[in-house]
Write a protein that binds this ligand. Sequence first.
Ligand SMILES: Nc1ncnc2c1ncn2[C@@H]1O[C@H](COP(=O)(O)OP(=O)(O)OP(=O)(O)O)[C@@H](O)[C@H]1O
Ligand SMILES: [Mg+2]
Length: 371
Amino acid sequence: MTKQEPLIERVVEEIKSSINEDKYPAVRITKETLVNKYGIEAKDVLNAVSRWKKWKDLKLEVRRFGGYIIFGLPDDIDVARWPGSTYKEKPAKEKKEKKVVYKGKTAKDKNYFKFPEETVVVKGAILARENIFLSGPTGCGKTTMLELLAQMNNVPYIRMNLNGETTVDDFVGVWTLAGKNMEFVDGVLPQAMKSGKMLILDEMDAAQPEILFTLQAVLQSAPLVNTKNGETVSPREGFFVAATANTVGRGDMDGLYAGVRTLNEAFLDRFPYVLRMKYPNKNAEIKILINRCGIKQEYANEIVQLAQAARGALTDGKLYSTFSTRKAINFANAIIKFRDIEIALRVAILDRVSKEDALAIREAAQRIWNI
Ligand SMILES: Nc1ncnc2c1ncn2[C@@H]1O[C@H](COP(=O)(O)OP(=O)(O)OP(=O)(O)O)[C@@H](O)[C@H]1O
Ligand SMILES: [Mg+2]
């Protein structure tokens, strides 16, 4: 303890008692005042306070700011908020608006695994702005591929899911009340056409017939005659459609996908590219799990082993549910979270399939993990 410390302690106590908590919970004192009025140097005050743990009990923070020493109640030494402060906060950097964001991930999604062959076709269609139709089992990566390749190639898009509940109003537009007047709000189709964007339509085979009918004409670069508001919308350059579906428009062949319709051939003919996607091969899927979930290689291997066994059983007619990459990802995330295969298996896989399927998948899992 230096000779000055009792003095410093007294001074600091005095300053603290002058703090008016309601007005502003800190006071500032110039270095000169400290010397002239109290006979102590600012640096000695700062040193003493930093040494004295007990100031924490006093609930006081002391900081240097320019020519001042600021004494404040913890968390309240905010020089920018000080009345009359000339301190200017640096203006926050303007956030650049990201063009397109996919579930919070931007185009630089390093965790995306590019399927070599499919990428060539999909990228080609996107760059040429030509209609493309991707079919394939649920959760194999159709939507992800379209969105990420669009982002990576700076192609703006609008996405809509055409599941059974999507109405023609959502698709084409609807009259709404704006103040006292009625106003027509464009649906996704005229929006994409007018702005020359790519229109990603998911679950194409679940779309209502009226939606398909409206789309059919437009797919041939014809203008949209919007019967709802009488407007004729010509497609702006850049507009095209990328559709995804679980079935290739031939109806639900294997009973897996409820509510799908048959797409007629004339409709499909309007897509120059139709690509049937499969689940990724073993190595690709292992990589996806490691990259996406950060799971260890050995677990990734085993999860994919289970996925492949389940897919094999589906093909053999021993199982009636799919084991998608999405399920594999959920399973991996659950393993990481719960550190317990049994629980993870249950919440990610078993409790969402039929009892019979759950039993079969559990048996396969037992062979892998001895659970
Ligand atoms: N190549 C890939 N790299 C990394 N993750 C992927 C890849 N493909 C798919 N995924 C992941 O797998 C999951 C399922 O993908 P996605 O939703 O694109 O499937 P889908 O084929 O569109 O399914 P659905 O038919 O049900 O719409 C997503 O979490 C996605 O991020
Ligand atoms: Mg999809």
